[in-house]
Design a protein around this ligand. Structure first.
Ligand SMILES: *Cc1c(COP(=O)(O)O)cnc(C)c1O
Length: 490
């Protein structure tokens, strides 16, 4: 038998792949260890990248080297470098090297784990990796897990399960034009992430169904106000459905009183979903077990390894003590997806809206093995130490003030010069200008929020290569720019 001849309709050959992959590997190795040579916040103007590229695809294929050259020349300038140790905006994240390697492999394998048989390994490794993570987080075995892309989608599934459980027949009859179903209510604090808003919108409850409960002086949901809102809704003929408690809110990383909220949910028969997207992983650190202690009473919970667990975007871990309800909401098997082993195995398509799903568990497994539980804990603890250092500098400086407690690795603060009178408006203008000035430096990228009407700067630590040097440099830069700005008339 003769060897098959290479087809003109085939893919890149193995030799060429080896050569291009070697160039790419070199580029990535330099990038991971040297992303600091780029300005962390991209300096392009809107439309620059689009304008630098042809409006139509090439008619003839081009050499891969030319494509990589253009990647470096045209695309890289338009990157904001999330994988940069000076990235302190929003929540700082990391694509760690073992995670990047796992993604490379995952792309090559192209597993699509809708059914157990379409990828026994992806299906079972997901169970194993989520089991490891659950143990590290100190959650009881009763929690079953599934991987989704983002916390937004995880929360949507949690609230869809709540709706399935609370509204009889919703799967068949929906919500529209059902006189016997009262308007539903979902409760969260005023500091809850906007993904909760989007979930209630998408689930057909209406945005007005979301009750934003006021927070206390430390930005935690007020449980007395929660109880009052539930009573008021019942009195008005509404049906309370679920509460979302946040462990690590987006603005300040405050932690809602989950134990008391869980008691309210038990008393009132409501589903409790805990959004621990950012801070949940801190529960692994000795001394921080309290972070998820009470979350064990939740019906569902989300933690994002792609946020503070060194996992390349995206990978969100959803856990539920009632995965049967999630399945009741979502499982549906058309004829062409029926398999003989159904019943003995888990089919991942049954626990979510997506049919196809990629092999995300591979990176979580590789990362946990490569760093080990100890290595992960040490890195998280280091980020908390760096944040405490920064918070200490803010506290000790008469021209700055802290605007929230910093229980994890995020510090909310602002410049507030000790000389002169500063109105809230003037302070907002000063700090907004300070934000722009430090971000224009290219050395660091920070973001802002509003706390009780006050404009706050946020410094979030979470990149695996961030050290004392970066945090010191950030503080010096912020102080220097504040000094320059206050020479002007604000
Ligand atoms: C980041 C964050 C989210 C959204 O995360 P995605 O994975 O991007 O959807 C939701 N809730 C909290 C508390 C977060 O910190």
């Amino acid at each position: 038998m003769s060897e098959p001849k290479p087809s003109p309709f085939g893919d890149m050959d193995a030799e060429a792949f080896r050569r291009h992959a070697a160039r790419l590997t070199d580029w990535i190795a330099d990038y991971l260890s040297g992303s600091e040579r780029y300005p962390v916040l991209s300096r392009v103007a809107p439309g620059d990248i689009r304008g630098s590229l042809p409006a139509a695809a090439p008619e003839r294929g081009e050499p891969f080297d030319a494509i990589l050259d253009d990647f470096e020349r045209l695309i890289v300038p338009g990157l904001t470098h999330w994988n940069h140790p000076g990235f302190f905006a929003y929540f700082s994240i990391t694509a760690s090297a073992p995670g990047v390697l796992a993604e490379f492999l995952s792309a090559a394998l192209n597993q699509q784990a809708m059914l157990w048989r379409t990828s026994p390994a992806a299906t079972e490794l997901e169970e194993v990796a989520l089991g490891w993570l659950r143990q590290l987080l100190g959650l009881p075995d009763a929690f079953d897990g599934v991987i989704y892309d983002t916390a937004s989608i995880a929360t949507l599934h949690g609230l869809a399960a709540a709706r399935e459980w609370k509204v009889p027949g919703v799967r068949e009859a929906g919500l529209a034009a059902r006189a016997e179903v009262p308007p539903l209510s979902v409760y969260c604090s005023e500091h809850t992430h906007s993904s909760i808003d989007k979930s209630v919108i998408l689930l057909g409850l209406g945005h007005r169904a979301l009750r934003k409960i006021p927070a206390d002086a430390r930005f935690r949901m007020r449980v007395d106000a929660l109880r009052a809102a539930i009573q008021a809704d019942r009195a008005a003929g509404r049906l309370p459905m679920a509460v979302v408690a946040t462990v690590g809110t987006t603005s300040t990383t405050s932690v809602d009183p989950v134990a008391e909220i869980a008691r309210v949910c038990e008393d009132e028969g409501l589903w409790l979903h805990v959004d621990a997207a950012y801070a949940g992983v801190a529960a692994m650190i000795p001394g921080y077990e309290w972070v998820l202690d009470e979350a064990a009473r939740a019906d569902s919970l989300v933690v994002n390894p792609h946020k503070w667990l060194f996992t390349p975007f995206d990978l969100s871990a959803f856990y539920s003590r009632r995965m049967d309800v999630v399945r009741a909401a979502f499982s549906l098997t058309p004829e062409y997806l029926r398999t003989a082993e159904a019943g003995q195995v888990r089919n991942l398509m049954d626990t979510g809206i997506q049919l196809g799903r990629r092999f995300r568990a591979l990176k979580l497994w590789m990362i946990l093995r490569y760093f080990g539980a100890d290595g992960v804990r040490a890195r998280l603890a280091e980020h908390i130490r760096l944040a405490a250092l920064f918070a200490g500098w803010v506290d000790a400086d008469p021209d700055f003030e802290r605007l929230a407690p910093a229980p994890f690795s995020v510090v909310c603060f602002r410049a507030h010069p000790s000389r002169g009178e500063w109105s809230e408006d003037a302070l907002e203008r000063l700090n907004a200008a300070l934000l722009d000035a430090v971000n224009a430096s290219g050395e660091i990228f920070i973001s802002h929020t509003k706390l009780d009407g006050r404009y706050a700067l946020r410094l979030a630590i979470g990149h695996i290569r961030t050290t004392d040097v970066h945090v010191t440099r950030a503080w010096e830069l912020i102080k220097r720019q504040a000094g320059e700005l206050t020479a002007f008339d604000f």
